[in-house]
Design a protein around this ligand. Sequence first.
Ligand code: NAI
Length: 296
Amino acid sequence: MTIGFEGRVAIVTGAGNGLGRAYALELARRGAKVVVNDLGGARDGSAGQNNAEIVAEEIRAAGGEAIANIDSVTDEAAMNAMAEAAKAKWGRIDILMNNAGILRDKSFAKMTIADFRQIVDVHLMGAAICTKAVWELMRDQNYGRILMTTSATGLYGNFGQSNYGAAKLGLVGFMNSLGIEGQKNDIRVNTIAPAAATRMTEDIMPPEVLAKMGPETVVPAALYLVSEEAPNRATIAAGGGGFERAHITLTRGIRVGAEDMTPEVVAAQFDGISSREGEVVPDGAFVQSAMALDEL
Ligand code: NAI
């Protein structure tokens, strides 16, 4: 089976560099028409060079179709206009890859609320704004593929990235509900947790590790997750030749009567509550209460 994107229209945010650029180039190589969005700017979001037009030109030079958009994912009016422009030019929008991102790493003690808010604004609100801009059209088309970008930091934590981790796991929560709402219109929403050598990680991982982890090692998972055959509500970790799936599980836990609903009982039973034997991956929010009431 070959995964093709002929006739598909894709928006890739933050596609001037790193992973977004690699996604955009491979989507185009496989037939998609691509909106290459990038605000430009340095790793922390301050002013810098904008490569969106360079990547769009690279696609066109290789015989593909692309347009550049240099607005911020945080700008609601501009993202609506970007979606309108893509629709006007190509008639539809099949794929949205929410990839744009910045870092403001600091221990929480040294972090300002402005640093926290800026990260939530770009990663979480940016993805919500871009998704909102295409959602109605995808519903009308009865087709859509949306990718969120989380991070091992969001899923598992990392010193100095409390702002980034909060925003990144927020995207998994966004996917979980959005994927349910999109189902009846064949809109599938998935999440990638990349690990790749980009300017974002150039001073975080050692050079010998980075050498094996080019953005192209994440592309296969990201493209599968926006393909026609994509699953719905899957979180795939990818990089350096490894592909894993991250699940949010619920342990079987314990059941107690009213007389034992005390903090002391929870403390005494903490190991039993935490035991992973028989744990499940709930397919929706109601599993928790159903399990508590022994209905599952
Ligand atoms: P990168 O810094 O090479 O690319 C990010 C791009 O987003 C840049 O071109 C930047 O100009 C653009 N951007 C930033 N703010 C924007 C805004 N407001 N509007 C539009 N574009 C904006 O970094 P990389 O590594 O390619 O990151 C891509 C995504 O993957 C990010 O969401 C990042 O958090 C995530 N990620 C990357 C990992 C890695 O190992 N490289 C690990 C986990 C997550």
